[in-house]
Design a protein around this ligand. Structure first.
Ligand code: RP5
Length: 163
């Protein structure tokens, strides 16, 4: 599902990041949030990255979820070009298990924030949920859906049986 009028843009540095970022996209899908998915690389397509970030707000995008691994400069560089909220997802890298990605994303200088999530799948899912929370500030139906999601999660945990 890729919308022509996306409220959330899910971008990633490489197609190899999709296996992680798909969890953010699936969360948005679950809540029916119009979104797009794109590969935008800070290093391999720097001009596209600057254009994408500068033009996102004008296209109606309200939140950007940006995932990258290794020298994960994408979320920070996108944040440098837009005042939209940018949620950074560190992708688990092969060599350093994503600690490199996490540190590359989280240590932003004061003045240019990136909301940094956990490494990998949990971070991607939570980025999707945070994007929903941000949009829900001005969307009552979405807020109700988020409350139902939380209530269902709580009751599943309470009902869980151990072997
Ligand atoms: C980063 O380099 C990407 O975000 C990806 O996590 C990592 C490796 O990219 P590939 O070599 O798999 O394309 O820019």
């Amino acid at each position: 599902m890729s919308s022509t009028n996306p409220l959330v843009s899910v971008i990633m540095g490489s197609t190899s990041d999709w296996e992680t970022l798909r969890h953010a996209a699936e969360m948005l899908e679950k809540f029916g949030v119009p979104h797009e998915r794109r590969v935008v690389s800070a290093h391999r397509t720097p001009v596209l990255m600057a254009e994408f970030a500068s033009e996102a707000a004008g296209r109606g995008v309200q939140v950007i979820i940006a995932g990258a691994g290794g020298a994960a400069h994408l979320p920070g560089m996108v944040a440098a070009h837009t005042s939209l909220p940018v949620l950074g997802v560190p992708v688990e890298s092969k060599v350093l298990r994503g600690v490199d990605s996490l540190l590359s994303i989280v240590q932003m200088p004061a003045g240019v924030p990136v909301g940094t999530l956990a490494i990998g799948e949990a971070g991607a899912k939570n980025a999707g949920l945070l994007a929903v929370s941000i949009l829900a500030l001005k969307d009552e139906k979405l807020r109700d859906a988020l409350d139902r999601f939380r209530a269902h999660q709580t009751s599943s945990v309470l009902a869980a049986q151990l072997p």
